[in-house]
Write a protein that binds this ligand. Structure first.
Ligand SMILES: N[C@@H](CCC(=O)N[C@@H](CS)C(=O)NCC(=O)O)C(=O)O
Length: 217
């Protein structure tokens, strides 16, 4: 039954929309997408009614509104446990929650210096020191996970953590961030997921006129 709606914004620029969308796809919950334009006042007013934070993504399901990406992930894990957004085993789940939380609350310098822009291509991009420190930490998390759990995804099987880090993968490619072969292989794995291919194609066909979003998200 298609009774769920996920409200998102630009597929090219909105990294939180991508995370929420991937989580919902991974969960197997049938859903319709509702794409809002952040510039449209009528849509913003409507969004406020659904998402108290005024932010996307927001999932509406079974008479409830769930906003904030981590809450959406936890909700989907609750209703679709068989999808294993949170992996089996307490140690793995704890690790998954910790690195997902670190992404959710951290890496501000990297996020603002390298905004998600799937259509972008910046080969000579200069990464400043604080953003580089975030990049180094993310690469260390990935290496540790892939070594600990054997890949090909962060916790072995695909999980919430891969949705949380997928927009970082796109940034590494867009800004030509140099990464070691282990992290490079992980980036390839993420970009080859059918869901990521579908999202990237939609991002490429989105109208190219929302310049101010390039400095956000
Ligand atoms: N902590 C929030 C962050 C969500 C967020 O910042 N969303 C951005 C889009 S990527 C947003 O809605 N910005 C306001 C707008 O588009 O009008 C979450 O995890 O969902």
């Amino acid at each position: 039954m298609d009774d769920a709606t996920l409200t998102i914004s630009s597929k090219n620029y909105s990294s939180w929309s991508l995370r929420g969308w991937l989580l919902t796809k991974f969960s197997g919950l049938a859903f319709s997408e509702r794409i809002i334009s952040p510039d449209d006042p009528a849509m913003r007013a409507e969004l406020l009614l659904m998402s108290s934070s005024f932010l996307v993504p927001c999932l509406n399901h079974d008479g409830m509104s769930i906003w904030d990406t981590l809450a959406i992930g936890e909700y989907l894990n609750e209703i679709k446990p068989e999808a294993r957004l949170l992996p089996e085993g307490r140690a793995r789940r704890t690790y998954c929650r910790s690195i997902s939380g670190e992404m959710h609350s951290g890496f501000g310098p990297m996020r603002s210096a390298l905004p998600m822009n799937l259509r972008g291509d910046f080969p000579n991009f200069k990464v400043w020191t604080r953003a580089q420190a975030d990049i180094d930490r993310i690469a260390a998390i990935w290496r540790d996970c892939l070594d600990r759990y054997g890949g090909p995804f962060l916790l072995g099987e695909r999980s919430m953590a891969d949705a949380m880090y997928a927009p970082v993968v796109t940034r590494f490619l867009t800004y030509h961030v140099a990464v070691d072969p282990i992290c490079g292989a992980y980036c390839k794995e993420i970009m080859a997921m059918p869901e990521m291919v579908e999202w990237s194609e939609a991002a490429r066909s989105e109208p190219d006129d929302v310049e101010e979003l390039e400095v956000e998200f």
